[in-house]
Write a protein of this length. Sequence first.
Length: 218
Amino acid sequence: MTITLFFLQASRCIRTAWQLEELGLDYEVEFSERVNKVAPPEFKKKAGDLGKFPTLVDDGLTIYESGAIAEYLEEKYDKEGRLLPRDGPQRYAALRWIHAAEATFALHALPVLYVKWFSGDHKEAADTIIEKMSINIQKDLDLLESELGKSSGKFLMGDKVTVADCMMQFSAVFILDRQLGTGGKQWPRVQEWIKACEDTETYKAAVKKTGHDLSKSG
């Protein structure tokens, strides 16, 4: 068994690395820094036709999209359902977070980042657009704050890390670190949860092995 993770600096790839560490799997890392904020063309080509990150290669099978990778790893390597329950309500609660990480949180936040990047001299217009976009982002974080308040432990699904945490942690950090539509608001439970995630030995191991550093986004 050979697992290779194509890892772009300061990206969603940390989700997969953290999950791999939680599952106790051996894996190799193909790493690249960003160049002018993006992946170098040669690294995209090396990762495969789509050139997106993370890309996971497992015994010749190539998988893109962090959510798809998360589900694949759970189905193949987590037979006991430690990170993703095999059935029942908790399974579908976790799956909700796997998909919300991109289809809700990133979907609402990324346009704000792009407006900031490409607005040029049109600051007034950009500020108006961002203000309108911020409504959904703040609602998303309000939801996360509320759900964390209902948890029986310090993580999303209780007192142990699940794949829900592996997926959602990056989304929350990405939004808060770059202040994407946050409007100066604070979400204390979210901040405490992020710290709990980053204090786990598995997350630290993932950062050490990959060199992940969100400040190096370019």
